[in-house]
Design a protein around this ligand. Structure first.
Ligand code: ZN
Length: 334
């Protein structure tokens, strides 16, 4: 049976389809890829394909009882475990994990295949992970476990080695923009969102365009005003603050926020090079205030350097403060 309606993940889909056709599905999978790239949807489609009542169909029918209950997340054989509210800073509860494992010892209610989806599997603490180990190695018959992570380095190697891996790639801007347009967004707004979505449809759907624009305006205002190192430092702290949740720093989130600034310079360069049709931000009402090609290229390089430093575990406030200082020099005086 084919898996239908999964955006832009041809290889992952082909892998699962051929394993399903050959009767060689693994009992445990690790879906690896960025948030919002269809890992959960794929698990759902796999469940439907395995439990659809229309066994002769090319794809899951979508209308039989099991298909509909799965779509409404109400099928008793489709179990989902995730940190509370799907928060990346919260932990998957060990009690819920134990309860899930107990449930697996009973045959699936519908007589088909039960699927357990563990979202954000990196949010299991070591004792939860240990509780899961034995089940992952040999789940009772009729059960498939799917763990999703962004990076397999975030979970114990003993978990990784017990799962078959399926890779999910960041979605291209075209795929994201196409889907947003299909959902009724204006093409211009869709391509702007797609450019800022870092390959994630989920992120594209969640983007708050007004807030992003306000953040960009504040950044530009700060960069264009002459500011001493102390001013840059406190502004950097202010910029980083929303990405700190207690002990944890959302480096990826900060890097994605800086993408907006990178896009500003990329667009500025396009504009200065006489290719305004390639620029996305003017469609959202952003102006470039006399940015020339050299300044735009330099700004773009500085933002990218800062992003790599943040990902390479630099102190984020420091990396951002250095970026701001570099940008004061790069921007045209207002
Ligand atoms: Zn069906």
């Amino acid at each position: 049976m084919r898996l239908e309606g999964i955006l832009g993940q041809r290889r992952a889909v082909a892998q699962l389809e051929s394993e399903m056709a050959a009767g060689r599905l693994a009992h445990a999978y690790l879906f690896v890829g960025p948030l919002g790239t269809g890992r959960g949807t794929t698990a759902l489609k796999l469940f439907q394909a395995l439990n659809c009542e229309d066994r002769g169909g090319e794809t899951a029918c979508g209308v039989c009882g099991p298909c509909r209950r799965a779509l409404a997340r109400q099928h008793e054989d489709l179990l989902v475990l995730a940190p509370p509210n799907d928060q990346a800073s919260a932990q998957i509860k060990v009690d819920e994990l134990r309860e899930m494992i107990r449930a697996l010892s009973f045959a699936p209610f519908g007589g088909g295949t039960r699927l357990v989806l563990i979202r954000q599997a990196q949010q299991m603490n070591p004792s939860s992970a240990n509780v899961l180990l034995k089940t992952l190695e040999e789940p009772p018959p009729g059960n498939i476990l799917v763990l999703t992570v962004q990076d397999p380095g975030e979970i114990l190697p003993t978990l990784v080695s017990r799962c078959r891996r399926v890779n999910f790639l960041p979605l291209t801007e075209e795929v994201i923009a196409g889907e947003l347009t299909r959902r009724g967004l204006e093409p211009q707004a869709a391509s702007l969102r797609a450019a800022l979505a870092a390959g994630s449809l989920g992120r594209a759907l969640e983007l708050d365009q007004t807030r992003l624009r306000q953040t960009l305006e504040r950044l530009l205002e700060h960069i264009q005003a002459p500011a001493g190192p102390l001013g840059d430092w406190s502004f950097a702290e202010e910029l980083v603050a929303p990405f700190r949740g207690g002990e944890r720093l959302d480096r990826q989130g900060l890097v994605e926020a800086l993408d907006l600034l990178a896009l500003y310079f990329r667009d500025g360069a396009a504009q200065a090079a006489g290719r305004p049709q390639a620029a996305l931000l003017p469609r959202a009402g952003v102006e470039f205030r006399g940015l020339d090609l050299e300044a735009a290229s330099r700004g773009f390089g500085l933002v990218r350097a800062c992003q790599s430093q943040v990902l390479a575990n630099a102190a984020p406030e420091l990396a951002v403060a250095v970026l701001l200082q570099g940008l004061h020099g790069a921007m045209p005086a207002s």
